[in-house]
Design a protein around this ligand. Structure first.
Ligand code: NIG
Ligand code: FE
Length: 417
């Protein structure tokens, strides 16, 4: 493979610094290089600087390389989506209409729809069908500048199907250009046949599922939907602690629909991240800041459910490292557009354009343990790069609802454009 040499970027937003979650004013540091240039070889970034600097270093090898002129363009790291439910069967457009007619998200779920509906369709799909349906969604992620994606199980709600989802994700990680990081989420809902016997289902997660997930290295993280009517904070804690003993790092869907102590629990169990947090309490936000839990905020989900977004501004100001994500799933956020999520982070959560970019790159990478490979443009990292058809990072957030992706490279190879 030829080396890739990008030259003359109007702005090269490197997001360089230490590979750790960015907080407060660090969230505004983009490490911008004007007239920027990057040299990628063997899939890895070998040098980065001004075009002039790189000409000194690589000028005599110019003929070997694929040269890309980024004049007038913004260049950033590939975006990272740290929270998705992208591996699923079927779709739920009828529920979208039902919600517009007045039904709530939880009404639909409690009547056997919602997550249960997708669970039925995912159980019916073969592993090959899941791979094929998910692969098309991953193509769409790439077209939106996303090169690394977290993927949760949780539409099986029985062992056979949870395993099928995790195996599909593993295959996609090997075959699709996108890097997929897996999370086990057997505790996404109480299966309909376990209604009233929730603790029996939890026992089966702890005794039957988690040990195999850990043993076969099918996931890195263990997630729970801690919500009124789903899993209580006590039940969630049991599941997350059991995973921890097996080496699975906790994540938690917290305080999405009601304030339920989810943010506090995330701090208590030492979760790497807590997600949603629309109704997180002030104490919960403080506890997360103190414990170093990353807030993974999903403003497209809030919009889609017609709810107020999480208090992103307040969280940044209180010292919580904020990441953002699509939550890509068939019910509450059927989108693959991280650029839209960045726009919404500004519009509905009052993050600044720079903070939104850090939340979608370095902080997102940290939320899924990918910060040594992705999240910034630095020597030694993967050559995951996006060239945008805008001249600066402010314009990327300002011209909203439009896909400005011009070209995308994954590990130095062109995958879009
Ligand atoms: O993150 N909140 C729970 N789970 C998903 C939605 C899943 C679905 O509706 O299929 C979420 O929003
Ligand atoms: Fe989710």
């Amino acid at each position: 493979m030829k080396p890739l040499w990008i030259q003359h970027a109007a702005q090269l937003a490197t997001i360089s610094g230490n590979n750790a979650p960015r907080k407060r004013e660090e969230m505004s540091e983009l490490g911008i290089i004007e007239d920027g240039s990057v040299w990628i070889e063997d899939g890895v970034i070998q040098a980065i600087g001004t075009t002039e600097e790189l000409i000194k270093q690589f000028g005599d090898r110019a003929e070997e390389a694929d040269i890309v002129d980024a004049t007038g363009r913004l260049v950033t790291p590939g975006l990272v989506d740290p929270h998705t439910h992208v591996v699923y069967g079927g779709s739920r457009e009828r529920e979208f209409e039902m919600r517009l007619e007045g039904a709530t998200y939880m009404d639909i779920m409690n009547a056997g729809g919602g997550i249960h509906a997708t669970s039925r369709m995912t159980r019916e799909a073969t592993e090959d069908e899941l791979v094929e349906q998910t692969s098309r969604r991953l193509d769409s992620f790439l077209k939106h500048g996303v090169t690394t994606v977290e993927a949760k199980s949780g539409y099986g709600l029985n062992w056979e199907t949870e395993l099928k989802q995790l195996r599909a994700a593993k295959r996609l990680n090997e075959t699709h250009p996108i890097d997929l990081v897996s999370t086990f989420m057997g505790a996404h809902a109480v299966p309909l046949d376990y209604k009233g016997k929730e603790d029996e289902y939890i026992d089966s997660i702890i005794n039957d599922m988690l040990p195999v997930v850990a043993e076969e290295k099918l996931a890195v993280f263990n997630d729970v939907f801690c919500e009124v009517g789903v899993f209580t904070p006590e039940q969630s804690e049991r599941i997350l602690e059991a995973g921890k003993k097996l080496g699975l790092t906790p994540k938690i869907h917290a305080d999405e629909i009601e304030s339920y102590g989810g943010a506090e629990l995330a701090a208590k169990v030492g979760a790497i991240s807590a997600e949603h947090l629309l109704k997180a309490s002030d104490e919960g936000i403080k506890a997360m800041a103190e414990a170093g839990v990353i807030a993974c905020l999903l403003p497209a989900t809030a919009l889609y459910l017609r709810e107020d977004a999480a208090q992103g501004r307040k969280m940044v100001d209180e010292g919580v490292a904020v990441a953002i994500s699509t939550d890509c799933n068939p019910g509450s956020s059927p989108t693959t557009s991280m650029p839209l999520v960045m726009n919404l982070a500004c519009i509905s959560m009052r993050l600044t354009p720079a903070e939104a970019l850090v939340a979608a790159t370095m902080n997102a990478a940290c939320a899924i343990g990918m910060e040594r490979k992705a999240g910034s443009l630095e020597v030694g990292k993967q050559g995951d790069v996006v060239m945008w058809d805008v001249k600066n990072y402010q314009e990327l957030q300002y011209l909203f609802g439009v896909n400005h992706v011009d070209k995308v490279w994954k590990k130095g190879e062109i995958v879009v454009g």
